[in-house]
Design a protein around this ligand. Structure first.
Ligand code: GLY
Length: 326
């Protein structure tokens, strides 16, 4: 990315050329004192509602993010996250998740986790119980076992049927440079209204991925990031692209340089297209929230429209993200 200082970044933004970042920040609303929860996709609505409930019952912001995401991980009807998620090319469900506390500036994540339906909770325990940040594969599974997580089969009859249909199709597409189906990650960004941020994401990853593939959702700064000094962000879509752009930390850094969440979300997707025009057709969408509770949500194109969920002042809504390129 071209170097962007605060003034330079704001000059690149239509309608804000006259403002420096600090001027813009000063003009923005102050923290409201009330929590806000922002999540990807329609299933994010029940995640936000659970997060708000946990928070209002005295849980921490991190508890709220974790328990909110658990709702989607537990739902077998969501075939891109947790239990019932579509498996890898060998029929094994491999889960990725990450969670970050923007106050402690501390993240935990797991990748290639098998047989545990709540990877976000294991990722949380990486923060709370260890000095590590990321646990992978069998080591992550053994770690979860030590902490009392229960192993279970994560394929459902519906996801097994989908995998068998794919596997027995002689013309099937694979990820050996021949991209296949899409999927939707749950990403949840939260503030307590006092400037504190937390964010998490969880996914079963791309359906039929090559076993062992790790992408943005378990890579801190790619699928998720939170920093009280600016805000939080999460990405959904093609995690291989999201990883190449360190998408979430870049959004948060753009906000730290004075961009609004919406401007920061648009800028990272534009940067993807500037560096590789073929990304214009990518499955890519992002959400972001400032530490003042302002939000942004953008998708790259109409083929991957982002419907997202916002919980604010007790109202739980589904909204459409901006489509950047028609
Ligand atoms: N965005 C999640 C993945 O590609 O695995």
């Amino acid at each position: 990315m071209e170097p962007i200082d605060r003034r330079g970044f704001m000059k690149s933004m239509a309608g804000t050329a006259a403002l420096t970042g600090s001027e813009l920040a000063a003009a923005s609303e102050q923290p409201s004192g009330r929590p806000v929860f922002l999540a990807t996709w329609p299933f994010g609505k029940s995640a936000n509602e659970r997060a708000a409930e946990v928070y209002h019952r005295g849980g921490s912001l991190m508890d709220a993010v974790e328990k909110g995401i658990n709702v989607v991980e537990d739902d077998p009807a969501v075939m891109s996250v947790g239990y019932g998620g579509l498996p890898n090319a060998e029929g094994v469900v491999e889960l990725d998740a990450a969670i970050m506390d923007g106050t402690r500036h501390r993240a935990g994540s797991v990748c290639n986790l098998h047989m545990i339906k709540n990877p976000i909770s294991v990722a949380r325990q990486v923060i709370e119980k260890t000095r590590h940040t990321t646990m992978a594969g069998d080591g992550a599974f053994q770690f979860a076992m030590k902490l009392g997580f229960q192993p279970q089969q994560l394929l459902t009859p519906a996801s097994l049927k989908r995998w068998l249909e794919w596997k027995t199709n002689p013309n099937r597409q694979t990820f050996w440079l021949n991209p296949t189906e899409n999927h939707d990650t749950i990403g949840l960004v939260a503030t307590d209204g006092e400037g504190h941020m937390a964010a998490g994401c969880s996914t079963s990853g791309l359906a039929w991925k090559i076993p062992g593939r790790v992408a943005d959702s378990s890579l801190v700064g790619c699928g998720v990031y939170a920093d009280d000094r600016a805000g939080g962000a999460s990405a959904t879509g093609d995690g291989d692209i999201m990883t190449n752009y360190c998408t979430s930390v870049t959004i948060v850094q753009l906000m730290a340089s004075g961009a609004s969440p919406q401007e920061a979300c648009e800028e990272i997707l534009r940067h993807m297209v500037r560096t590789d025009p073929s990304n214009r057709s990518a499955q890519a969408a992002v959400i972001a929230m400032s530490n003042r509770g302002e939000t942004g949500a953008v998708c790259m194109n109409p083929q991957f429209r982002l419907r997202y969920a916002l919980w604010k002042d007790g109202a739980s809504q589904l909204l459409d993200g901006k489509v950047l390129y028609d």
